[in-house]
Every structure is written in structure tokens, then in C-alpha cells.
Design a protein. Structure first.
Lengths: 92, 326
């Protein structure tokens, strides 16, 4: 019983250490990776669904096949593509 | 070399195409070849990718947009209805969106896009192309006979495959790169399982379809492409140009068939000057055709006394093309 409790404590301590380490080193990298992926996602939608903004896209037939998967992203993508940009964008 | 021998010596060539300028007899030859092969016990599908298809006319049966229709035992014919295909496809997309997100109605913005996309100029060709991929991939028949559209369109169709292939390749690469970033993030955040990228899966499927279809078109082992021409100067010049272009796309040309040849024995009869001149003219171009294509000329088909429609005439045409023994 006591042994199990101490094992549990050890595990939670280990988890905390892992989290601290992740916060110190990994989090920024993960954030960067996700942010890059997000940008690429918008680029992807642009080259497949550009027609939504009036940019003609090569084969609309196959674009349509991808449409269902990007439906939730369409509005954020449009906002991002069409919004005005300024210097503070570079700091984000 | 005769046309029948080409088929007998290359039994693995299961995709048969007739190409040439409009109105020279591609549909007639497709139908007659289908008839001949079906008579020998092969299961054959003759299908048309021409929006103004004429298989219905030649078989004297309305088959437009009805899927494969059995004309006689072993012989099936199909005319692709591109408009209907597009409508069904749009509906599939709508339904998928509704199912995926549990929506009652497709959002306006998305609906507008779906409708606008259908009006794009390349849409019809793409829809036909995609349907052909379906037909060919199904593998239900021993022989597939493509009743091709006139030359310019056929080339467009072939080049479309390569453009699509490149487009898909580029965006697949981008998608794969995106997946790598997602993996890095998942690893750092110690998430065990990364959700499968459905878009990537779709892209890979599209790519598979396109490359299979275009590789069949250009596969020397499996495909026989025949040029149809008539002994007239303009047709000859155009055929030479087209043959060059087709060679560029690596379409394997199996030979040439000369159609509408006036029977030379007519000359011995008492015929009007007009007809005599026509025969003289044809003789000149037939010699030219022989000089240019040599033993690649597989058959000379006589001009019939009436148009080729209905199975009886198709049978006569098949005899003229392949010889009597069916």
C-alpha cells in the first residue's frame, strides 16, 4: 500500500518535471511548429480553393473533393487572407 | 499487316482507341470493333467521352447517361452524360459536408462556391475524365474501346492528365510537409496518436486515379491507338500533324485505317465524270498514304452505299475491317 502510494508520488513528480521541461524548452518549438502548420494550411486552402476569393484555380473538379474537409477553416482563412496588415504582424 | 492480326498477336492490348478528325468514322469503327470482339466471346465495353456522343445513333438505341447498356451478348455501350455527372458530384459533396459536420444546410458561402465551380470551363472535361477513370479502373471488361473526341480534344484530354498530375503532386508535397510539422508538435506535446490527415488521403487517391488512367493511355503493352483517315489532302496533313503530337505524349500508335475508299472497280463501269474524278483523286492520296505510312496502314474500308447504323450495318463494317471470319 505504502509502496504504491510512493510510486504514485514519484510518477506525479516525474510528470511535473516533464511538464516544466516541456514549458522551458518544448513549448515554444511546438507552438512554432503548429503556427507554421497553420500558415501552411491557409496556403493550402489558397491553392485549392482560391476561387472563393476570386483567384482562379486549375482543376476545380478535384478541388471540390477536398472542400468538405476545409469547411470549418474557410472563414478564418478568408479573414486572414483579406485583412489589412501592418508592422505588428511581424512581431506576432 | 491486317487489323485482325494486330488483335490476335497482341492479346494483352485491352484498351482500344480510334482517333482522327471529326466525321471520319471513329464511332463506326469503335462499334464495329466492339461487335467483332464480342462475337469472339470477349466482354467488350464501347464508351464515348464525347459530349456530342453518337453511339446512341449508331446502335439505334438511346443510351445517353444510362450507364453501360447491353447491345447484344457481350457487347456493352456507354455514353457519359457529363452534366448529370457534375450534378451528382455536387450533390455528393454537399451531402458529405452535411454528414461531416451534422449540418441542416450547406453554408451559403460554400454553396456559392460549389455552384460556381460547376460553371468553370474545365469542369465538363474533368467530369468526363473522372468518369472514364471509374470505368477503366472497374476492370469488368475484357476490352475497353474509347470512342474518342476529335483530335484537338483528344490531345487536350491527354495533356489534362499530365497537368492534373503535376498539380496534385505539388499540393500533395505541401500537405506532406504540413503533416511533418504536425508530427513535430505532437511529439513535443507528447501526444501519442496523430490524427490521420484525411485531405492527404484524398489527394493520394486522386493521384492514384489520374496516374493509373494516364498510364493506361500511354502504355504500349496495353493500349492500341488507331488513326482513322480518309484519302483527302486536308485530312492527310492534319493526321500527320496529330501523329507527331500524339507521339510527344507517348501515345502508342498501332496503325492507320483508311475509310471511305471508293471501290476502284467502279472505274470499269460506265460512271459519271464527277465520280471518275473523285476516284482519281483518292488514288493519288492513297498512294501518298501508302508512301507515308507503309505497312502501318492496316485496312482500307470502302465507302458503303448507305450510312452505318444498326447492328446489320455494323456487322458488314466489321467484316470489311477484320475479314469475314468473325
Amino acid at each position: 500500500m505504502a509502496e504504491r502510494a510512493s510510486k504514485g508520488k514519484l510518477r506525479s513528480l516525474l510528470d511535473s518535471v516533464k511538464s516544466v521541461l516541456y514549458g522551458m524548452a518544448g513549448h515554444d518549438m511546438a507552438r512554432f511548429a503548429l503556427k507554421t502548420r497553420g500558415s501552411m494550411e491557409h496556403l493550402f486552402i489558397l491553392i485549392t480553393m482560391g476561387d472563393l476569393l476570386g483567384i482562379p484555380i486549375l482543376p476545380p473538379y478535384y478541388s471540390l473533393r477536398l472542400l468538405p474537409y476545409v469547411v470549418p477553416q474557410i472563414s478564418t482563412w478568408k479573414r486572414r487572407m483579406l485583412r489589412e496588415r501592418d508592422l505588428t504582424d511581424a512581431l506576432a | 499487316m491486317s487489323l485482325a492480326r494486330i488483335f490476335q498477336e497482341n492479346p494483352e492490348r485491352r484498351y482500344i482507341m480510334f482517333g482522327g478528325k471529326g466525321g471520319l468514322g471513329k464511332t463506326t469503327f469503335s462499334a464495329a470493333t466492339g461487335y467483332w470482339l464480342a462475337q469472339q466471346g470477349y466482354k467488350v465495353l464501347v464508351f464515348s467521352v464525347d459530349p456530342q456522343a453518337s453511339l446512341s445513333d449508331i446502335f439505334q438505341q438511346d443510351i445517353f447517361g444510362k450507364g453501360p447498356v447491353e447491345i447484344m451478348p457481350n457487347l456493352f455501350a456507354q455514353e457519359v452524360d457529363a452534366d448529370r455527372r457534375i450534378r451528382e458530384y455536387q450533390e455528393e459533396i454537399r451531402q458529405k459536408i452535411l454528414d461531416m459536420y451534422g449540418l441542416e444546410k450547406v453554408p451559403d458561402e460554400i454553396e456559392d462556391y460549389i455552384q460556381a465551380a460547376a460553371a468553370e470551363p474545365a469542369m465538363e472535361e474533368s467530369a468526363i475524365f473522372d468518369q472514364v477513370v471509374d470505368i477503366v479502373l472497374s476492370g469488368e471488361y475484357d476490352y475497353y474501346i474509347y470512342d474518342l473526341v476529335p483530335l484537338g480534344h483528344a490531345l487536350y484530354y491527354l495533356s489534362m492528365a499530365s497537368v492534373y498530375d503535376q498539380w496534385i503532386e505539388k499540393i500533395t508535397k505541401l500537405r506532406e510537409e504540413m503533416q511533418e510539422y504536425a508530427q513535430v508538435a505532437a511529439l513535443l506535446q507528447r501526444e501519442d496518436e496523430l490524427e490521420e490527415d484525411k485531405i492527404l488521403a484524398e489527394l493520394q487517391d486522386i493521384r492514384y486515379r489520374i496516374s493509373t488512367s494516364s498510364s493506361i493511355l500511354t502504355d504500349r503493352e496495353k493500349t492500341a491507338f488507331f488513326f482513322v483517315l480518309v484519302p483527302e489532302e486536308m485530312v492527310l496533313v492534319d493526321t500527320l500533324k496529330a501523329a507527331e503530337l500524339f507521339a510527344k505524349y507517348q501515345v502508342p500508335i498501332s496503325g492507320y485505317i483508311v475509310n471511305r475508299v471508293l471501290p476502284p472497280e467502279l472505274e470499269e463501269q460506265d460512271i459519271p465524270e464527277y465520280l471518275r474524278h473523285r476516284i482519281e483523286m483518292q488514288k493519288k492520296y492513297l498512294a501518298e498514304i501508302d508512301r507515308l505510312f507503309g505497312d502501318q496502314v492496316l485496312a482500307r474500308i470502302p465507302e458503303f452505299e448507305r450510312d452505318v447504323t444498326g447492328l446489320d450495318m455494323i456487322r458488314r463494317m466489321a467484316e470489311a475491317m477484320f475479314g469475314g471470319a468473325a
